[in-house]
Design a protein around this ligand. Structure first.
Ligand code: PMP
Length: 401
């Protein structure tokens, strides 16, 4: 017998599939703006100087390779939550936030949905923005929860559909779970303003919704880690019992180290202890305990005033290079008299720009110009640099004409 004859071929991953196609392309002009990973001014993957220094320190220490506790490395967990919530966060000082190390942001989200599917007594539905990062959908559905959507993107203005967003969140059944991108929304690059966040905070509170923040880009949106944490910190200040998925993939360039945290703000310390005991029961059968190295790296950087300062500078440098590429791309598209309005490229923030290119134009760019992006027209701004931006803009211009 063949046990697997009836297993169908799965579809390629819409994002990672782009990189696979790119790798096969032999052209020397080829450009990959598909994957959301930072590239330096030469188009190369970038290891932060602060990370290299932390690697040296760890190498000297030659610490052992014992298992970490289920909830991860204690120093890391403490420093990471201070970064997200702020050292002066009352809930943090009260010791009522349950924090665990996670397998980067994805792992944190999966712990969240695992926990919710076991313990949440409200509606078993997670509201995601439309559009959102594609992986949110299976992360929710694989734990038996249902996905619903709230409006987010306004095609006409290529901006935020704030009225639609509010309407949908208000119309959701009381106590629904609302996922919010904390900053640098993927894929649109469009975030609510601080005033809009305040309104969202009130609306979700009035509806007794449970808010799950996904913070994969702290520091990447504005270059300032405090500014980018505004929404998370504000909601907590206002008494929301948020859940938070935090990733260090982008802001520390630690993609492959798979390092992040999952946390839940509780009402008191006793509750936190209960919650944490159950979070452990979610994690244990998934992977027992998290990996060591990334946690040690992040703890070394965040725990050293000197490396921390250096890192802040490096985050800002990455964010600034992306912002410079936005300006440059806009100028070139205008210079090439590209039909349409391209101002959104400059106003969008974070890693991505949602260009408005159609799937057909995306296909044409791949087939005729060796330019690779996801079919929703999202481009990773970090894939552009002085060496390729002229060719990129020219190719886009041609595809649109
Ligand atoms: N959330 C969003 C919105 C993302 O864009 C990403 C990365 N593409 C993640 C979560 C998770 O990334 P990671 O698991 O690498 O931290």
């Amino acid at each position: 017998t063949n046990f697997w004859a009836s297993v169908p071929q799965g579809p390629p991953d819409p994002i990672l599939g782009v990189s696979e196609a790119f790798a096969k392309d032999q052209s020397s002009n080829k450009i990959n703006v598909g994957v959301g990973a930072y590239r330096d001014e030469n188009g190369k993957p970038y290891v932060l100087e602060s990370v290299s220094k932390a690697e040296d320190i760890l190498h000297q220490k030659r610490s052992n390779k014992e298992y970490l506790p289920i909830t991860g490395e204690a120093d890391f967990v403490k420093l990471a939550s201070e970064l997200a919530y702020g050292k002066d966060c009352k809930a943090l000082q009260d010791g009522r936030i349950a924090v665990s190390q996670s397998i980067s942001g994805t792992g944190a989200l999966r712990i969240a949905t695992g926990f919710l599917s076991m313990f949440y007594s409200g509606p078993r539905v997670v509201y995601l923005p439309n559009p959102t990062w594609g992986n949110h959908i299976p992360v929710v559905e694989q734990t038996g929860m249902r996905v619903a959507r709230y409006r987010y993107f306004d095609k006409k203005t290529v901006g935020l559909d704030f009225d639609g967003m509010k309407e949908d969140i208000k119309a959701a059944e009381q106590g629904s779970i609302i996922l919010l991108h904390a900053c640098a929304q993927n894929p649109t690059g469009i975030d609510p303003t601080q005033d809009q966040w305040k309104e969202l905070c009130e609306i979700t509170k009035a509806k007794k919704h449970l808010v799950l923040f996904d913070m994969a880009y702290q520091g990447f949106a504005s270059g300032d880690i405090i500014r980018d944490a505004f929404a998370v910190r504000y909601f907590v200040e206002q008494g929301h019992q948020i859940l938070l998925a935090q990733s260090f993939a982008k802001n520390l360039g630690l993609y492959g180290e798979r390092i992040g945290t999952f946390s839940m703000v509780c009402t008191n310390k006793e509750e936190k202890d209960r919650i944490q005991s159950q979070v452990k029961r979610v994690i244990r059968p998934l992977y027992s305990s998290p990996p060591l190295h990334g946690a040690q790296l992040v703890a070394t950087i965040l725990g050293s005033p000197e490396l921390y300062e250096q890192w802040l500078g490096e985050v800002k440098k990455m964010a600034d290079r992306i912002i410079a590429m936005r300006e440059r791309l806009y100028d070139l598209l205008v210079e090439f008299k590209t039909p349409g309005e391209w101002g959104h490229i400059k106003s969008q923030i974070g890693m991505f720009s949602f260009t408005g290119l159609t799937p057909e134009q995306v296909d044409a760019l791949k087939d005729h110009a060796h330019v690779y992006m996801t079919r929703d027209g999202r481009i990773s701004m970090a894939g552009l640099n002085e060496g390729n931006i002229q060719y990129f803009a020219e190719s886009v211009s041609k595809a649109v004409k």
